[in-house]
Design a protein around this ligand. Sequence first.
Ligand SMILES: [Zn+2]
Ligand SMILES: [Zn+2]
Length: 245
Amino acid sequence: MSNFLSGALDSVRRGALDAARRALPQRCQLCAAASGAELICRGCHASLPRLGPACPMCALPTANGEVCGHCLVDPPPFVATVAAFAYAFPIDRLLHAFKYHGRLALAEWGAGAILDERERHRSAERPDRLVALPLAPERQRERGYNQAFEIARVIARRLAVPLLRDGASRVRAAPPQAALPWGERAKNVRGAFACELDLAGLDIAVIDDVMTTGASLAEFAKTLRKAGAARVENWVVARTLPPQG
Ligand SMILES: [Zn+2]
Ligand SMILES: [Zn+2]
């Protein structure tokens, strides 16, 4: 057989294999039960930790979903936060697998969860642009991808909203936020981002996997506002609840 022909047959075979793999029913990432085309089965999905009534600006719990005292006294540079879940078991496990073990298929799931949450709040207004919270270049190199960007890419496709790929970056690698007490985190991220884009008058949604204290997202929102953004929202898969007491 000519090389050309065997090459062509190979690519047909590969295409057929890919199609077969896509059509295969999935196993739930959490309980390993058959889950049809979904990554998480219905049962597991229904029992994932949700946020109850929460501040519309920062997504921390409030009694009746009113703006929290913090945001009233010292309004953050973003106007809203959409958070699909509370960052607790097993969301932490899923996001960890996504972040450090390259389970990129979870990007589809995370994006779907964010979009469902928006629908629940009937926020039909689409932003003008999406942007993923940038990773420090050295972390991106280590990991090979930015998990926030992978989620943002899926959302951009589903909402048909342009995703900003370049022009906003993390310029200063801070010590990992996880190593710092909550109170130190805002100082740690000051001046961490740069934006070379003209965002004049634009409504921007920033995508990230987890919002912990919100310090990085606040600093990034500040940077986008300086670049002209009229309005910045955060869309995250999960929100960490502050330590009690
Ligand atoms: Zn399951
Ligand atoms: Zn708040």
